[in-house]
Structures are given as structure tokens and as C-alpha cells.
Ligand binder design. Structure first.
Ligand code: MN
Length: 202
């Protein structure tokens, strides 16, 4: 049972001006498609082929570079597309806002911390908002296509929001201005979806 590239629930141009259509098209149809195909090739005819992507990542042997890079790439981008929306932005409501306030004091403090972690991830990687059983939230970052579900990563919990800070995610429109891209990302966050992911974890 091979993994499939998910289709997006919005058009490539619908996150403009925050994320441009060309970047979205290449990112989804080339980069994410590549991770998906390479993951399928890496797990074909192995016991991993019978597992969910979460099971594969939870039990990952970090020395298995093909599955680490492409399994991470497959999962990370699936989450990324789902947690953005043309109608995004603003603040979460209810339980998630409470959890953010409990951890960071205010939503603005959270935004500052998340943005700092995303901006200072050296080279390629991701910044995450993770939820823990019990309801607490935390911010962290990982290199390359690693993510908090993998064992032995200095980042725990279940990711409910992630920003891709690989240059392929922003370079066409923002060049070296990663902080501007991070700031723009906040205008497309689908907090309704992030909240439903939070409710599944807590
Ligand atoms: Mn990417």
C-alpha cells in the first residue's frame, strides 16, 4: 500500500501574496512528490510497507537515511499543506489559545518565540508547535526533514503546526529574507485545523 501525494484543498495561487503560486506548485508537485516516491521506493518489500507513516516515524532507525529523509519529508509536507488556508491567519480560539497563553503568556509571545526558532534554525529544517498528552504545548525546531515523532530527536510531542524553512519554501519570492516569509506564514495559518489536531492529541 503505497503512500500518495495528497491533493491540496486550495489552488496554488490562493495563498498569494503570502506564498506565491510558483513556489507552491514546485513545492507540492516536485519536492513533496519526490519525497513521496522516494519513500515508497525505500520501503517497498520491507515490513515498513505495512505501517502508517506515524508508525514508521515513531519506530524509525535514524541510520536509515532514505526513510528518515523521505518519510520525514512526506509527513512534514502533508501537515504543512493541511495547516494553511487562504482564509487563515488571526488567532486560535478556545482550548488551544488557552494552552498557548499558559505556556507563553500571550499569543504575541508565542509568535515571537516560534518566529525566532524558525529564523534561527541553521540551514534547512522546520519549526514546530507541538502538543503533549495533558494539553501542554511547546515550540522547537528540527534539521532537514526530521520531526518530533522520530525517536532521539531533541524535540518531543506531536506536531500540530510546522513551518518549512528550507529555501525551496520561500526563495523565489523572499530570497534570503526568511523572517519576512515567517511573518507572512502567520497570515495563512489554518488555526481551525491546528486546533482540531490539538484536540486529537491532548
Ligand atoms: Mn519543503
Amino acid at each position: 500500500m503505497a503512500f500518495e501525494l495528497p491533493s491540496l484543498s486550495y489552488g496554488y495561487n490562493e495563498l498569494e501574496p503570502h506564498i506565491d503560486a510558483k513556489t507552491m506548485e514546485i513545492h507540492h508537485s516536485k519536492h513533496h512528490n519526490g519525497y513521496t516516491n522516494n519513500l515508497n521506493n525505500a520501503i517497498a518489500d520491507t515490513p515498513l510497507a505495512d505501517l502508517s507513516i506515524e508508525e514508521i516515524l515513531n519506530g524509525l532507525d535514524l541510520n536509515n537515511k532514505a526513510v528518515r529523509n523521505n518519510g520525514g519529508g512526506f509527513y512534514n509536507h502533508c501537515l504543512f499543506w493541511k495547516t494553511m488556508s487562504p482564509n487563515g491567519g488571526g488567532l486560535p480560539e478556545g482550548v488551544l489559545l488557552n494552552a498557548i497563553d499558559n505556556e507563553f503568556g500571550t499569543f504575541e509571545n508565542f509568535k515571537t518565540e516560534f518566529s525566532k526558532v524558525a529564523a534561527t534554525q541553521f540551514g534547512s529544517g522546520w519549526a514546530w508547535l507541538c502538543a503533549n498528552k495533558g494539553g501542554s504545548v511547546e515550540v522547537c525546531s528540527t534539521a532537514n526533514q526530521d520531526n518530533p515523532l522520530m525517536p532521539g530527536i531533541s524535540c518531543s510531542g506531536t506536531p500540530i503546526l510546522g513551518i518549512d524553512v528550507w529555501e525551496h519554501a520561500y526563495y523565489l519570492n523572499y530570497q534570503n529574507r526568511r523572517p519576512d516569509y515567517i511573518n507572512a506564514f502567520f497570515n495563512v495559518i489554518n488555526w481551525e485545523k491546528v486546533t482540531s489536531l490539538y484536540n486529537e492529541v491532548k
